[in-house]
Design a protein around this ligand. Structure first.
Ligand code: HPA
Length: 250
């Protein structure tokens, strides 16, 4: 049976389509999750929502307990995850307020607990990560976006940066040369941990600014980010709510 979880990012702290919300605190061998899990129903199906930065949005990207979050979702029976991430746009098509369904990742993060194959594990898992995102979920997201006439890109390389600072212009140029189209701080190790647990996982990214040195603005300000976030998250949230019934029918 399919059970869908949504991991909300900056700008998406709840999913209003869910009814009969209850919260569940799940203990994990890896410590505390970012927040209690919000569990609600959509058309009679149970859906889990977890805001990765916490309810008060006070957990920085490098301090998120990704392992606890993924473990708790698995324990609650999640089989499919849609992760929502705010990102900066690097290449030309990745303009602010566009929604992106990346198909690839380059990981630049470091010093994060990034695997369940730690010293307590019995075996070391060498997961296949050739295609890091679920093509099944990406297909549903793309077809929903087409139906809704939403401005989106169906392929992109997500560069996962360490943060919490934004990048230098030279770092963004290097990322572009590497092949990155968008840059965010929370895409990894979330995606690979989901794969380690055998959960189908895809990313719905919202571009909230041009990355450093791109676009017309000399600097990236929180005002710019917040403005694009407010406009764009309305679409992202509706898109996910509309995609859910199709996912639950797979
Ligand atoms: N860089 C990294 N992460 C981000 C950005 C960015 O420009 N915008 C939103 N998240």
């Amino acid at each position: 049976m399919i059970k869908v979880a949504i991991i909300g990012g900056t700008g998406l702290d709840q999913l209003s389509a869910l009814e009969n919300l209850r919260t569940e605190q799940v203990d994990t061998p890896y410590g505390k999750t970012s927040n209690a899990l919000n569990i609600g129903s959509l058309n009679g199906n149970e859906v889990i929502f977890l805001p990765r930065h916490g309810e008060h949005h006070d957990i920085a990207p490098h301090n998120i307990n990704y392992r606890a979050n993924l473990w708790a979702l698995k324990e609650q029976g999640a089989t499919h995850i849609i992760a929502v991430n705010a990102v900066g746009g690097i290449t030309e098509k990745m303009s602010p307020e566009k929604i992106i369904f990346p198909d690839q990742i380059i990981d630049y993060t470091h010093s994060r607990e990034h695997t369940f194959s730690d010293e307590n594990a019995d075996t070391v898992l060498h997961i296949d990560f050739t295609q890091p995102y679920s093509s099944l979920i990406r297909g549903v997201l793309r077809s929903t976006a087409v139906d809704m006439a939403i401005d989106f890109e169906g392929e992109a390389v997500y560069g996962a940066a360490q943060g919490p600072r934004l990048e230098t212009a030279a770092e963004i140029n290097r990322m572009q040369q590497d092949g990155c189209d968008i840059v965010g701080m929370t895409g990894m190790p979330e995606a690979s941990l989901a794969r380690e647990l055998g959960i189908e996982y895809a990313c719905c990214a919202l571009v909230v600014n041009w990355a450093a040195g791109k676009g017309e603005n000399k600097y990236i300000t929180m005002d710019i980010i917040e403005q694009h976030m407010q406009n764009g998250m309305v679409h992202a949230s509706k898109l996910i709510s509309n995609a859910l019934p199709e996912l639950l029918n797979l």
